[in-house]
Design a protein around this ligand. Structure first.
Ligand SMILES: CC(C)(COP(=O)(O)OP(=O)(O)OC[C@H]1O[C@@H](n2cnc3c(N)ncnc32)[C@H](O)[C@@H]1OP(=O)(O)O)[C@@H](O)C(=O)NCCC(=O)NCCS
Length: 162
């Protein structure tokens, strides 16, 4: 498995692997990222082209390829002893195959190698699949931000020690 850091704006995309592979994403993956985001999220939660471009430049965006396509994506940022999980999404056709767990576990290892001691995230209080995923991976609630999202839902702030 590749770790973070190999991708930059000059990266050349290799042909999409036919088997399962995890690796850093770059600008050449933008179209695939936007397509995955459209499939995985409701319109109000999708990121714009500009947001994804900025994410690719400023965070560690990692993809899981399966059967010749981008099936899942994670994005982390590391600041000192804390890492933020900024995005995790799996294509609806590829869910419940353990892809999110694989991406997140690879991300945790990389964050730890970079000096992070904990990972923080925010999740919609009613996002049951994501809450179940984070509980399975050992996250626990440390705070709530009431009416944080546009839909009026609270954000649950969760932490996992690495
Ligand atoms: C949340 C999400 C990333 C999970 O991706 P995934 O690749 O299907 O997750 P995995 O297959 O690795 O699932 C791992 C565990 O998470 C939990 N889980 C995942 N989806 C679940 C669901 N629909 N219902 C209940 N538990 C679920 C289960 O514990 C599961 O383990 P199991 O399959 O052995 O029971 C995916 O549903 C998704 O992309 N949702 C839309 C985007 C989103 O909400 N992202 C999170 C924003 S904070």
């Amino acid at each position: 498995m590749s770790g973070f850091g190999a991708a930059d704006s000059t990266s050349v995309c290799l042909p999409t692997p036919s088997g399962e592979a995890i690796g850093p994403l770059a600008g050449c993956n933008l179209a695939a990222l936007l397509a995955l985001d459209s499939a995985a999220f409701a319109q109000s939660e999708r990121w714009s082209v500009e947001s994804w471009e900025s994410e690719l430049e400023n965070a560690e965006v990692t993809g899981l390829f399966s059967a010749g396509r981008l099936a899942a994506v994670s994005s982390f940022s590391v600041m000192g002893e804390s890492a933020d999980l900024r995005r995790i999404e799996t294509h609806p056709d590829a869910r419940r195959h353990g892809f999110a767990v694989k991406l997140l576990e690879a991300g945790f290892a990389e964050c730890k190698a970079r000096g992070a001691e904990r990972v923080l995230l925010e999740v919609d209080e009613f996002n049951e699949p994501a809450l179940a995923l984070y509980a399975k991976l050992g996250f626990s609630e440390i705070a709530r931000r009431e009416r944080y999202y546009k839909n009026g839902h609270a954000a649950v702030v969760m932490e996992k020690c690495l």
